[in-house]
Design a binder for this molecule. Sequence first.
Ligand SMILES: [Zn+2]
Length: 373
Amino acid sequence: MDQPGLLVHQTVVATDGRVVAIGPAATARVPAGARVIDGRGKTLMPGLIDAHVHLRSADVPAYLASGVLTVRNMWGHDGIIRLQADIAAGRVTGPTIYSLSPGLDASPATWPFTQFVDDPTRADSVVAAQQAAGWTTLKIYWRLSAAAFDSIVASARRRHLRYAGHVPAAVPIQHALAAGMESIEHYTGYDRAVSRSGDGGTFGWADADTARFAALVDATVQSGTWNCPTMAINTMLAAKQGAEAQQRVVQNRRMFTRALHEHGALLVAGTDAGIDLTAPGTSMLDELKEFVASGFTNREALRLATVEPGRLLRVPQLGTVTVGAPAELLLLNGNPAEDLGTLRNPAGILLHGAWIDSLELARGSEHPAALPP
Ligand SMILES: [Zn+2]
């Protein structure tokens, strides 16, 4: 995913969770005792990264069965830390987890584990507590006052923490972009800015004034802020407004996404799986198809689930198959640049030193305990 085209007839050697050699199959030197996977007729690509999930341990096998080998968990809590530890120690076979902190929000809580910043003067102590707990990226949530948002940003900057999430309803999108949010989820903030009525959420996109897109795209590119638009779940949510309004929501968001892409804004693919709307794992294919419907090539869409979130997460070479990259690899029966549908049934995955074939992946989806540790 780091360069155009395909490398054909290659042998890839991985040791201790890293890719250590790539070369022509005819001349490659395979270490003695290595387990050899025959990839003839197949395509090897980096494991998929879902840039917006709410990870539940019961969903772990479903991610793997769809080739999602890394997740960005959007709301931290102790259970995530335990799961990270279990996966790192090999007690559980699961995706590599990067997680934001619990959400910083104002009362009343929308989700459990909310860290309240009702009073802006409390922001620094709440931010300090997240840092002490080991979180490096703060999750910003929607009820925060403008003053609380600014206080959190000031504290995070002093402490060299990153901050991402929802643009609070009280904060204009231009202000959030200028404030250095690392990523914005679901196009929060943009919705109210494009809406003729000033509505948020899907309602904002239903009556969008597309003439306002250009200035917002420019501000986004200037800011260097990432966007994770969670397209597929948004289409589901917009259904409540009726088929005709839903169609306008979908078309306007796709047009905005295409404009961001054409001007070089930073985008990643995320599904919001884990809140009982989009399915863990399989919904990544739905999300990629949304980007294709927005005007991306298959390959451009695949970048949003591999190398681009690797950059967002600041993990060197994550989302590529290159020497030194994490050996989180997906072997497919076809070429996903030609047919994204080939992602549906991976031939197998290489993850944390274990090769898991399609049969084991399917068994794991039905009986999580059946996955090899
Ligand atoms: Zn979410």
